[in-house]
Design a protein around this ligand. Structure first.
Ligand code: TLP
Length: 343
């Protein structure tokens, strides 16, 4: 059901709904969600709250909105949000945290996207009129720009101890949290437990066309609900979309292991060619980064061979495996890489 003849490795956001998912969309009961009356959205929110071990959840149109309503609900203008300098909130959300919540981000140089408890502790601002108020620490798991890296759970616990010791709030951009679940066997609620708010995307590896879900306490989700409306994300009969998300959570989680296996093959191929941007031990889930002399030019050469991959820096490209990338396409991609990158 992909609508394209390309081998599209630009992102796991490029997938098309399967025929079965389309059937679930077709059958979905709907209502007006601004009135709280959409049964499919209500069922999705209950399911994700349960999955994450939280009191409540909120369906929103995108991962960006999910992160941003969370930050808005957890902060007041003039606050500071501590994050890794490669995280999505800092790099790819159009400056939303400053524009929409009036907060400043305090990016720290994480190694492979991972912040240590010591780094976070050293970044806390003393109570003093000169400083912004340290209010939130946000982590990303799996970490996109680090290459789909799974955050070590013990590091999360150590950061959590610092966060709570200082009376801060803790947010998780878990856009690809289910990839971490499948890669480690650690259940979602265990990953989610230390956090006040957790954002999960349905439209990445899970293969739904639209939507993310923010989970947290009833109090925070009630606030986030108001900010979703303020940000223009109050939807009506969006149960059609939520039904795809429900379907994805029921049928597309275990299969993420296939995406991880294919990413390993790409990683091994690139390592053999001396072109893997990082060591193979950092290929944890569904992403690989390759290093070349000129990434935009190499992206064009790949495209001429039928393979799409985005440059993420002047010398790096990202390849992301997903639901619409099969073993046949994997073989073709490996051949193309060997042809273009042979030493
Ligand atoms: N990531 C996209 C691009 O925006 C870079 C991608 O192709 O990977 N958190 C993380 C960790 C993400 O990777 C993304 C999307 C988001 C949040 C935002 O999700 P959307 O695109 O639904 O706003």
């Amino acid at each position: 059901m992909t609508q394209t003849h390309w081998i599209d490795l630009r992102s796991d956001t490029v997938t098309a709904p399967t025929p079965e998912m389309r059937e679930a969309i077709f059958q979905a009961p709907v209502g007006d969600d601004v009135y709280g009356e959409d049964p499919s959205i209500n069922a999705l929110e209950r399911k994700v709250a349960e999955l994450m071990g939280k009191e409540a959840a909120l369906y929103v149109p995108s991962g960006t909105m999910s992160n941003q309503v969370a930050l808005k609900a957890l902060t007041v203008p003039g606050d500071e949000v501590i994050c890794d300098y490669n995280c999505h909130v800092f790099n790819y959300e159009s400056g939303a945290a400053s524009a929409l919540s009036g907060v400043q981000l305090h990016p720290l140089p994480g190694e492979h996207g991972i912040l240590t408890a010591e780094q976070v502790s050293n970044a806390l601002r003393p109570a003093n009129d000169h400083f912004a108020t340290s209010r939130v620490v946000t982590l990303e798991n799996t970490h996109n720009r680090a290459g789909g890296v799974v955050y070590p759970l013990e590091v999360i616990h150590a950061v959590h101890a610092v966060v709570k010791g200082a009376g801060l709030k803790f947010h998780l951009d878990g856009a690809r949290l289910m990839n971490a679940v499948v890669a480690t066997g650690i259940p979602a609620r265990e990953w989610a437990a230390p956090f006040d708010t957790v954002s999960l995307c349905l439209s990445k590896g899970l293969g739904a066309p639209v939507g993310s879900v923010l989970s947290g306490s009833k109090e925070i989700i009630t606030k986030a609900h108001r900010f979703r409306k303020m940000f223009g994300g109050g939807m009506r009969q969006a149960g059609l979309l939520a039904a795809a998300g429900l379907y994805a959570l029921e049928h597309h989680v275990e299969r993420l292991a296939e995406d991880h296996r294919r990413a390993q093959v790409l990683g091994e191929t690139l390592a053999e060619l001396g072109r893997l941007a990082d060591d193979l031990e950092w290929v944890h889930t569904n992403m690989v980064f390759l290093k070349v002399d000129n990434a935009p030019e190499f992206s064009d050469r790949l495209k001429a061979e039928g393979v799409l991959a985005n440059a993420t820096s002047p010398v790096k490209l990202r390849m992301v495996t997903h639901l619409n990338f099969d073993d046949n396409q994997l073989d073709q991609t490996v051949s193309v890489l060997k042809k273009l990158l042979k030493r």
